[in-house]
Write a protein of this length. Structure first.
Length: 472
Protein backbone atom coordinates (compact mmCIF):
# COMPACT_ATOMS: atom_id res chain seq x y z
CA UNK A 1 0.00 0.00 0.00
CA UNK A 2 1.01 3.44 -0.80
CA UNK A 3 2.17 5.51 2.04
CA UNK A 4 -0.44 8.01 3.58
CA UNK A 5 0.23 11.72 3.02
CA UNK A 6 1.84 13.48 5.77
CA UNK A 7 -0.43 16.05 7.53
CA UNK A 8 0.11 19.80 6.77
CA UNK A 9 1.79 21.69 9.42
CA UNK A 10 -0.62 23.60 11.74
CA UNK A 11 -0.80 27.44 11.32
CA UNK A 12 0.13 29.49 14.25
CA UNK A 13 -2.67 31.24 16.14
CA UNK A 14 -1.41 34.70 15.29
CA UNK A 15 -1.67 33.96 11.55
CA UNK A 16 -5.25 32.65 11.95
CA UNK A 17 -6.27 35.74 13.91
CA UNK A 18 -4.75 38.02 11.27
CA UNK A 19 -6.55 36.34 8.41
CA UNK A 20 -9.85 36.39 10.31
CA UNK A 21 -9.56 40.13 10.84
CA UNK A 22 -8.80 40.61 7.13
CA UNK A 23 -11.91 38.64 6.17
CA UNK A 24 -14.07 40.74 8.53
CA UNK A 25 -12.64 43.95 7.08
CA UNK A 26 -13.36 42.72 3.56
CA UNK A 27 -16.96 41.90 4.46
CA UNK A 28 -17.44 45.33 6.00
CA UNK A 29 -15.93 46.97 2.94
CA UNK A 30 -18.30 45.05 0.70
CA UNK A 31 -21.30 46.10 2.77
CA UNK A 32 -20.17 49.75 2.72
CA UNK A 33 -19.75 49.51 -1.05
CA UNK A 34 -23.28 48.15 -1.38
CA UNK A 35 -24.67 50.95 0.79
CA UNK A 36 -22.88 53.58 -1.31
CA UNK A 37 -24.21 52.05 -4.49
CA UNK A 38 -27.77 52.07 -3.06
CA UNK A 39 -27.44 55.73 -1.99
CA UNK A 40 -26.12 56.69 -5.41
CA UNK A 41 -29.02 54.98 -7.13
CA UNK A 42 -31.52 56.72 -4.82
CA UNK A 43 -29.92 60.16 -5.33
CA UNK A 44 -29.84 59.60 -9.06
CA UNK A 45 -33.55 58.77 -9.05
CA UNK A 46 -34.40 61.84 -6.93
CA UNK A 47 -32.28 64.06 -9.20
CA UNK A 48 -34.06 62.69 -12.25
CA UNK A 49 -37.43 63.32 -10.56
CA UNK A 50 -36.44 66.88 -9.65
CA UNK A 51 -35.19 67.54 -13.16
CA UNK A 52 -38.45 66.19 -14.59
CA UNK A 53 -40.52 68.40 -12.30
CA UNK A 54 -38.47 71.48 -13.22
CA UNK A 55 -38.78 70.69 -16.89
CA UNK A 56 -42.57 70.39 -16.55
CA UNK A 57 -42.75 73.75 -14.76
CA UNK A 58 -40.65 75.46 -17.43
CA UNK A 59 -42.83 74.07 -20.18
CA UNK A 60 -46.00 75.14 -18.34
CA UNK A 61 -44.60 78.63 -17.71
CA UNK A 62 -43.69 79.02 -21.38
CA UNK A 63 -47.17 77.98 -22.47
CA UNK A 64 -48.76 80.32 -19.90
CA UNK A 65 -46.55 83.20 -21.01
CA UNK A 66 -47.44 82.66 -24.63
CA UNK A 67 -51.18 82.60 -23.78
CA UNK A 68 -50.83 85.81 -21.76
CA UNK A 69 -48.99 87.51 -24.59
CA UNK A 70 -51.71 86.46 -27.00
CA UNK A 71 -54.41 87.76 -24.65
CA UNK A 72 -52.57 91.05 -24.16
CA UNK A 73 -52.19 91.52 -27.89
CA UNK A 74 -55.88 90.77 -28.34
CA UNK A 75 -56.93 93.31 -25.69
CA UNK A 76 -54.50 95.91 -26.96
CA UNK A 77 -56.46 96.02 -30.19
CA UNK A 78 -59.58 97.41 -28.47
CA UNK A 79 -58.19 99.30 -25.43
CA UNK A 80 -55.93 98.81 -22.40
CA UNK A 81 -58.73 98.67 -19.80
CA UNK A 82 -61.57 97.40 -21.91
CA UNK A 83 -62.92 95.15 -19.14
CA UNK A 84 -63.36 98.04 -16.67
CA UNK A 85 -66.91 99.48 -16.69
CA UNK A 86 -67.16 102.83 -18.41
CA UNK A 87 -68.88 104.38 -15.40
CA UNK A 88 -65.90 103.50 -13.19
CA UNK A 89 -63.45 104.99 -15.70
CA UNK A 90 -65.40 108.22 -15.81
CA UNK A 91 -65.57 108.33 -12.01
CA UNK A 92 -61.76 108.35 -12.01
CA UNK A 93 -61.62 110.99 -14.74
CA UNK A 94 -63.95 113.27 -12.78
CA UNK A 95 -61.22 113.84 -10.17
CA UNK A 96 -58.57 114.89 -12.68
CA UNK A 97 -57.78 118.55 -13.34
CA UNK A 98 -58.77 119.76 -16.77
CA UNK A 99 -55.23 119.92 -18.29
CA UNK A 100 -54.56 116.30 -17.25
CA UNK A 101 -57.97 115.31 -18.51
CA UNK A 102 -57.24 116.83 -21.90
CA UNK A 103 -53.94 114.94 -22.05
CA UNK A 104 -55.69 111.61 -21.54
CA UNK A 105 -57.05 111.91 -25.06
CA UNK A 106 -53.61 110.90 -26.32
CA UNK A 107 -53.71 107.50 -24.59
CA UNK A 108 -55.97 105.71 -27.04
CA UNK A 109 -58.81 106.30 -29.45
CA UNK A 110 -61.33 104.80 -27.06
CA UNK A 111 -60.54 107.33 -24.35
CA UNK A 112 -60.59 110.16 -26.85
CA UNK A 113 -64.04 109.18 -28.08
CA UNK A 114 -65.35 108.55 -24.58
CA UNK A 115 -64.11 111.91 -23.28
CA UNK A 116 -65.89 113.63 -26.11
CA UNK A 117 -69.13 112.09 -24.89
CA UNK A 118 -68.52 112.00 -21.11
CA UNK A 119 -67.05 115.41 -20.35
CA UNK A 120 -69.90 117.63 -19.16
CA UNK A 121 -68.12 120.08 -16.81
CA UNK A 122 -64.99 122.16 -17.37
CA UNK A 123 -63.40 124.59 -14.92
CA UNK A 124 -60.72 126.82 -16.46
CA UNK A 125 -60.50 129.25 -13.55
CA UNK A 126 -57.68 127.52 -11.67
CA UNK A 127 -55.60 126.07 -14.51
CA UNK A 128 -55.22 128.86 -17.04
CA UNK A 129 -54.05 132.34 -16.19
CA UNK A 130 -55.47 133.56 -19.47
CA UNK A 131 -58.13 131.91 -21.58
CA UNK A 132 -58.09 132.87 -25.23
CA UNK A 133 -59.37 131.50 -28.54
CA UNK A 134 -56.75 128.74 -28.59
CA UNK A 135 -57.89 127.30 -25.25
CA UNK A 136 -61.52 127.44 -26.33
CA UNK A 137 -60.55 125.76 -29.60
CA UNK A 138 -58.85 122.96 -27.68
CA UNK A 139 -61.94 122.16 -25.61
CA UNK A 140 -64.43 122.87 -28.41
CA UNK A 141 -64.40 119.19 -29.39
CA UNK A 142 -66.35 118.45 -26.20
CA UNK A 143 -69.66 119.36 -27.74
CA UNK A 144 -71.66 117.83 -24.86
CA UNK A 145 -70.25 120.31 -22.33
CA UNK A 146 -72.97 121.59 -19.99
CA UNK A 147 -71.04 123.53 -17.28
CA UNK A 148 -68.19 125.95 -18.04
CA UNK A 149 -66.36 128.18 -15.56
CA UNK A 150 -64.11 131.00 -16.79
CA UNK A 151 -63.83 132.76 -13.44
CA UNK A 152 -61.04 135.37 -13.17
CA UNK A 153 -60.02 134.94 -16.81
CA UNK A 154 -59.17 138.52 -17.70
CA UNK A 155 -58.51 137.68 -21.35
CA UNK A 156 -62.08 136.57 -22.03
CA UNK A 157 -63.86 139.19 -24.14
CA UNK A 158 -66.99 139.31 -26.22
CA UNK A 159 -65.28 137.49 -29.09
CA UNK A 160 -64.42 134.53 -26.83
CA UNK A 161 -68.01 134.41 -25.58
CA UNK A 162 -69.23 134.24 -29.17
CA UNK A 163 -66.87 131.30 -29.76
CA UNK A 164 -68.25 129.59 -26.66
CA UNK A 165 -71.83 130.12 -27.80
CA UNK A 166 -71.11 128.52 -31.17
CA UNK A 167 -69.07 125.59 -29.74
CA UNK A 168 -71.23 124.35 -26.86
CA UNK A 169 -74.92 124.26 -27.81
CA UNK A 170 -75.84 122.21 -24.70
CA UNK A 171 -74.34 124.66 -22.18
CA UNK A 172 -76.52 125.13 -19.07
CA UNK A 173 -74.25 126.96 -16.62
CA UNK A 174 -71.68 129.66 -17.42
CA UNK A 175 -69.41 131.53 -15.00
CA UNK A 176 -68.01 134.81 -16.36
CA UNK A 177 -66.84 136.35 -13.08
CA UNK A 178 -63.86 138.62 -13.74
CA UNK A 179 -64.18 138.44 -17.53
CA UNK A 180 -64.05 141.57 -19.67
CA UNK A 181 -67.50 141.10 -21.18
CA UNK A 182 -69.91 144.00 -21.64
CA UNK A 183 -72.42 142.49 -24.08
CA UNK A 184 -74.23 139.19 -23.68
CA UNK A 185 -76.34 139.12 -26.83
CA UNK A 186 -74.35 136.17 -28.23
CA UNK A 187 -75.59 134.00 -25.34
CA UNK A 188 -79.01 134.03 -26.97
CA UNK A 189 -77.71 131.22 -29.21
CA UNK A 190 -77.66 128.90 -26.15
CA UNK A 191 -81.27 127.79 -25.67
CA UNK A 192 -80.44 125.66 -22.60
CA UNK A 193 -78.45 128.30 -20.72
CA UNK A 194 -80.22 128.85 -17.38
CA UNK A 195 -77.44 129.74 -14.85
CA UNK A 196 -75.17 132.76 -15.35
CA UNK A 197 -72.67 134.45 -13.05
CA UNK A 198 -71.42 137.94 -13.90
CA UNK A 199 -69.11 140.03 -11.76
CA UNK A 200 -65.99 142.17 -11.44
CA UNK A 201 -66.40 143.36 -15.01
CA UNK A 202 -67.09 146.70 -16.75
CA UNK A 203 -70.68 145.82 -17.52
CA UNK A 204 -73.19 148.67 -17.45
CA UNK A 205 -76.97 148.83 -17.54
CA UNK A 206 -77.07 148.55 -21.32
CA UNK A 207 -75.13 145.32 -21.08
CA UNK A 208 -77.66 143.82 -18.66
CA UNK A 209 -80.37 144.55 -21.18
CA UNK A 210 -78.70 142.09 -23.58
CA UNK A 211 -79.03 139.13 -21.21
CA UNK A 212 -81.02 136.29 -22.81
CA UNK A 213 -84.55 135.80 -21.53
CA UNK A 214 -84.10 132.07 -20.75
CA UNK A 215 -81.84 132.81 -17.74
CA UNK A 216 -83.37 131.40 -14.55
CA UNK A 217 -80.51 131.92 -12.09
CA UNK A 218 -78.49 135.14 -12.19
CA UNK A 219 -75.68 136.16 -9.86
CA UNK A 220 -74.35 139.74 -9.96
CA UNK A 221 -71.17 140.48 -7.94
CA UNK A 222 -68.88 143.47 -7.87
CA UNK A 223 -70.53 145.16 -10.84
CA UNK A 224 -69.48 148.67 -9.91
CA UNK A 225 -70.90 150.46 -12.96
CA UNK A 226 -74.54 149.37 -12.90
CA UNK A 227 -77.26 151.55 -11.46
CA UNK A 228 -76.60 154.80 -13.31
CA UNK A 229 -79.63 154.43 -15.61
CA UNK A 230 -82.20 152.51 -13.64
CA UNK A 231 -79.99 149.85 -12.04
CA UNK A 232 -81.80 146.56 -11.66
CA UNK A 233 -84.57 147.78 -13.93
CA UNK A 234 -82.26 146.57 -16.71
CA UNK A 235 -83.24 143.01 -15.76
CA UNK A 236 -86.77 143.46 -17.08
CA UNK A 237 -86.10 141.19 -20.07
CA UNK A 238 -85.48 138.18 -17.79
CA UNK A 239 -89.09 137.07 -17.71
CA UNK A 240 -88.10 133.52 -16.65
CA UNK A 241 -85.81 134.54 -13.77
CA UNK A 242 -86.41 132.45 -10.62
CA UNK A 243 -83.26 133.07 -8.52
CA UNK A 244 -81.40 136.36 -8.20
CA UNK A 245 -78.23 136.92 -6.14
CA UNK A 246 -76.86 140.42 -5.61
CA UNK A 247 -73.56 140.91 -3.79
CA UNK A 248 -71.31 143.92 -3.20
CA UNK A 249 -72.52 146.12 -6.04
CA UNK A 250 -71.56 149.40 -4.39
CA UNK A 251 -72.85 151.52 -7.26
CA UNK A 252 -76.45 150.56 -6.45
CA UNK A 253 -78.36 153.02 -4.32
CA UNK A 254 -81.79 152.89 -2.68
CA UNK A 255 -83.40 154.70 -5.60
CA UNK A 256 -82.03 152.12 -8.06
CA UNK A 257 -82.68 148.92 -6.13
CA UNK A 258 -86.30 148.56 -7.20
CA UNK A 259 -86.73 145.32 -9.08
CA UNK A 260 -88.77 145.46 -12.30
CA UNK A 261 -92.39 144.35 -12.27
CA UNK A 262 -91.60 141.77 -14.96
CA UNK A 263 -89.88 139.63 -12.29
CA UNK A 264 -92.83 139.51 -9.90
CA UNK A 265 -94.55 136.37 -11.31
CA UNK A 266 -91.42 134.19 -11.53
CA UNK A 267 -88.91 135.22 -8.84
CA UNK A 268 -88.73 132.60 -6.05
CA UNK A 269 -85.33 133.20 -4.43
CA UNK A 270 -83.65 136.51 -3.64
CA UNK A 271 -80.21 136.74 -2.05
CA UNK A 272 -78.76 140.09 -1.03
CA UNK A 273 -75.23 140.15 0.43
CA UNK A 274 -73.17 143.08 1.66
CA UNK A 275 -75.45 145.71 0.16
CA UNK A 276 -75.51 148.72 2.44
CA UNK A 277 -78.29 150.31 0.39
CA UNK A 278 -80.80 147.69 1.54
CA UNK A 279 -82.47 149.27 4.52
CA UNK A 280 -85.98 149.23 5.89
CA UNK A 281 -87.28 151.37 3.05
CA UNK A 282 -86.29 148.77 0.43
CA UNK A 283 -88.78 146.30 1.92
CA UNK A 284 -91.60 148.14 0.18
CA UNK A 285 -90.39 146.96 -3.22
CA UNK A 286 -90.13 143.33 -2.06
CA UNK A 287 -93.70 143.16 -0.80
CA UNK A 288 -94.84 142.75 -4.42
CA UNK A 289 -93.09 139.41 -4.83
CA UNK A 290 -95.79 137.19 -3.39
CA UNK A 291 -94.26 134.04 -4.95
CA UNK A 292 -90.95 134.48 -3.13
CA UNK A 293 -89.97 131.27 -1.27
CA UNK A 294 -86.39 132.03 -0.12
CA UNK A 295 -85.08 135.36 1.20
CA UNK A 296 -81.37 135.47 2.06
CA UNK A 297 -79.98 138.64 3.67
CA UNK A 298 -76.27 138.61 4.53
CA UNK A 299 -74.60 141.55 6.26
CA UNK A 300 -77.50 143.86 5.47
CA UNK A 301 -78.52 146.64 7.93
CA UNK A 302 -82.14 145.52 8.17
CA UNK A 303 -84.13 145.93 11.40
CA UNK A 304 -87.49 144.91 12.81
CA UNK A 305 -89.29 147.66 10.89
CA UNK A 306 -88.84 145.77 7.59
CA UNK A 307 -90.67 142.54 8.35
CA UNK A 308 -94.21 143.88 8.97
CA UNK A 309 -94.10 145.25 5.41
CA UNK A 310 -93.28 141.77 4.08
CA UNK A 311 -96.33 140.02 5.49
CA UNK A 312 -97.57 139.69 1.89
CA UNK A 313 -94.92 137.01 1.27
CA UNK A 314 -97.26 134.20 2.19
CA UNK A 315 -95.23 131.60 0.26
CA UNK A 316 -91.95 132.34 2.07
CA UNK A 317 -90.46 129.09 3.43
CA UNK A 318 -86.82 129.97 4.07
CA UNK A 319 -85.47 133.08 5.79
CA UNK A 320 -81.70 133.46 6.22
CA UNK A 321 -80.39 136.38 8.30
CA UNK A 322 -76.61 136.33 8.71
CA UNK A 323 -74.62 139.17 10.22
CA UNK A 324 -77.71 141.39 10.34
CA UNK A 325 -76.44 143.31 13.33
CA UNK A 326 -79.53 145.49 13.85
CA UNK A 327 -81.87 142.60 14.65
CA UNK A 328 -83.41 142.46 18.12
CA UNK A 329 -86.50 141.32 19.99
CA UNK A 330 -88.77 143.56 17.91
CA UNK A 331 -87.50 141.85 14.74
CA UNK A 332 -88.13 138.38 16.22
CA UNK A 333 -91.70 139.37 17.10
CA UNK A 334 -92.26 140.78 13.59
CA UNK A 335 -90.86 137.62 11.95
CA UNK A 336 -93.10 135.32 13.98
CA UNK A 337 -96.18 137.35 12.98
CA UNK A 338 -95.29 138.02 9.33
CA UNK A 339 -94.22 134.51 8.27
CA UNK A 340 -96.38 131.89 10.01
CA UNK A 341 -95.58 129.28 7.34
CA UNK A 342 -91.79 129.55 7.72
CA UNK A 343 -90.02 126.15 7.65
CA UNK A 344 -86.31 127.13 7.59
CA UNK A 345 -84.82 129.90 9.73
CA UNK A 346 -81.19 130.96 10.13
CA UNK A 347 -80.14 133.77 12.51
CA UNK A 348 -76.46 134.44 13.07
CA UNK A 349 -74.56 137.44 14.36
CA UNK A 350 -77.58 139.20 15.90
CA UNK A 351 -76.22 140.21 19.30
CA UNK A 352 -79.29 142.18 20.48
CA UNK A 353 -81.67 139.22 20.76
CA UNK A 354 -82.62 138.37 24.33
CA UNK A 355 -84.18 135.15 25.71
CA UNK A 356 -87.60 136.79 25.40
CA UNK A 357 -87.06 137.44 21.68
CA UNK A 358 -86.03 133.84 21.18
CA UNK A 359 -89.14 132.54 22.97
CA UNK A 360 -91.38 134.52 20.62
CA UNK A 361 -90.24 132.30 17.74
CA UNK A 362 -92.31 129.49 19.27
CA UNK A 363 -95.21 130.95 17.26
CA UNK A 364 -93.66 129.51 14.10
CA UNK A 365 -95.42 126.14 14.24
CA UNK A 366 -94.16 124.88 10.87
CA UNK A 367 -90.43 125.22 11.57
CA UNK A 368 -88.35 122.18 10.56
CA UNK A 369 -84.79 123.56 10.34
CA UNK A 370 -83.23 126.17 12.65
CA UNK A 371 -79.70 127.62 12.58
CA UNK A 372 -79.16 129.78 15.66
CA UNK A 373 -76.08 131.55 16.95
CA UNK A 374 -76.70 131.76 20.69
CA UNK A 375 -73.92 133.95 22.02
CA UNK A 376 -73.83 134.92 25.69
CA UNK A 377 -77.30 136.51 25.95
CA UNK A 378 -79.57 133.63 24.95
CA UNK A 379 -80.05 130.79 27.42
CA UNK A 380 -80.92 127.34 26.15
CA UNK A 381 -84.18 127.24 28.12
CA UNK A 382 -85.49 129.98 25.81
CA UNK A 383 -85.25 127.70 22.76
CA UNK A 384 -88.87 126.63 22.77
CA UNK A 385 -89.50 126.09 19.07
CA UNK A 386 -92.15 123.67 17.90
CA UNK A 387 -91.51 120.09 19.14
CA UNK A 388 -91.75 118.90 15.51
CA UNK A 389 -88.34 120.42 14.74
CA UNK A 390 -86.20 118.08 12.62
CA UNK A 391 -82.81 119.85 12.34
CA UNK A 392 -81.22 122.09 14.97
CA UNK A 393 -77.83 123.82 14.55
CA UNK A 394 -76.51 125.70 17.61
CA UNK A 395 -73.45 127.90 17.09
CA UNK A 396 -71.47 129.65 19.83
CA UNK A 397 -73.44 127.81 22.52
CA UNK A 398 -71.69 129.39 25.49
CA UNK A 399 -74.53 128.76 27.96
CA UNK A 400 -75.10 125.13 26.94
CA UNK A 401 -74.24 122.72 29.76
CA UNK A 402 -75.17 119.11 30.45
CA UNK A 403 -78.49 119.99 32.09
CA UNK A 404 -79.47 122.29 29.21
CA UNK A 405 -78.55 119.56 26.74
CA UNK A 406 -80.89 117.18 28.51
CA UNK A 407 -83.62 119.82 28.24
CA UNK A 408 -83.10 120.08 24.45
CA UNK A 409 -83.19 116.32 23.94
CA UNK A 410 -86.36 116.07 25.98
CA UNK A 411 -87.99 119.00 24.18
CA UNK A 412 -87.25 117.97 20.59
CA UNK A 413 -87.90 114.26 20.25
CA UNK A 414 -88.27 114.28 16.45
CA UNK A 415 -84.79 115.58 15.68
CA UNK A 416 -82.84 113.86 12.93
CA UNK A 417 -79.85 116.25 13.01
CA UNK A 418 -78.29 118.07 15.96
CA UNK A 419 -75.13 120.14 15.58
CA UNK A 420 -73.45 121.96 18.49
CA UNK A 421 -70.38 124.17 18.03
CA UNK A 422 -68.25 126.00 20.58
CA UNK A 423 -69.86 124.83 23.80
CA UNK A 424 -67.16 125.39 26.48
CA UNK A 425 -69.36 124.17 29.34
CA UNK A 426 -69.85 120.81 27.64
CA UNK A 427 -66.10 120.49 27.21
CA UNK A 428 -65.68 120.12 30.97
CA UNK A 429 -68.09 117.17 30.94
CA UNK A 430 -67.10 115.85 27.54
CA UNK A 431 -67.43 112.15 28.36
CA UNK A 432 -70.90 112.53 29.89
CA UNK A 433 -72.04 114.76 27.00
CA UNK A 434 -70.79 112.30 24.39
CA UNK A 435 -72.48 109.40 26.14
CA UNK A 436 -75.73 111.37 26.33
CA UNK A 437 -75.59 112.31 22.63
CA UNK A 438 -74.81 108.74 21.57
CA UNK A 439 -77.82 107.37 23.46
CA UNK A 440 -80.28 110.07 22.37
CA UNK A 441 -81.43 108.18 19.26
CA UNK A 442 -80.71 111.04 16.79
CA UNK A 443 -79.28 109.89 13.46
CA UNK A 444 -76.81 112.76 12.85
CA UNK A 445 -75.14 114.30 15.91
CA UNK A 446 -72.16 116.65 15.60
CA UNK A 447 -70.28 118.08 18.59
CA UNK A 448 -67.66 120.65 17.49
CA UNK A 449 -67.54 118.98 14.11
CA UNK A 450 -67.04 115.52 15.61
CA UNK A 451 -69.67 113.01 14.60
CA UNK A 452 -71.16 111.03 17.46
CA UNK A 453 -71.84 107.44 16.37
CA UNK A 454 -75.16 106.31 17.88
CA UNK A 455 -75.04 103.43 20.31
CA UNK A 456 -76.59 100.24 18.96
CA UNK A 457 -79.98 99.71 20.61
CA UNK A 458 -80.33 96.75 22.95
CA UNK A 459 -82.46 94.07 21.30
CA UNK A 460 -84.78 92.51 23.85
CA UNK A 461 -85.57 88.85 23.51
CA UNK A 462 -89.14 88.02 22.60
CA UNK A 463 -91.09 86.06 25.23
CA UNK A 464 -91.52 82.37 24.64
CA UNK A 465 -94.86 80.80 23.74
CA UNK A 466 -95.85 79.82 27.34
CA UNK A 467 -95.15 83.35 28.52
CA UNK A 468 -97.25 84.77 25.67
CA UNK A 469 -100.12 82.48 26.65
CA UNK A 470 -99.81 83.64 30.25
CA UNK A 471 -99.84 87.28 29.13
CA UNK A 472 -102.95 86.70 27.02
Amino acid sequence: PSPSPSPSPALPLSTIAKKSSEMVSLAQSQRMLQDLQAQHIASEQSWKQAYTDLLVRVVFAESRLSSLEAAFEEKAKVGPIVDVPQELIWEVFRHLPLPALLNTQSVCKKWKLNLKVWLREADLSDYYNSVDDRVIERISRFENLEVLSLSRSKEVTGAVVEKIASSFPLLRKLDLFGCQVTNFSSLGALPRLTHLRVGDCPVVDEGLLTLPSQIRHLRLEWCQQIGSHGGLQALRNLTNLQELEIAQNDSLRPHTVLLPDELVPTLKRLSVARQGFYRDGAADSLSRFTNLEVLDLYWVPVSGASFPKLNTLTNLKTLILKRCLNLGDIAMNAISLAFPGLAHLEIRGAHWISPHGCRVLALLRNLKVVHLRLGSLIVVESIVFTPDLEELYLIDAQQLDLQALQFLLKRFRNLTTLSINHAPLLASTEEAAEALLKDCGIENVLLDGKRMAPTSPVVQELPQLPEIIDLV
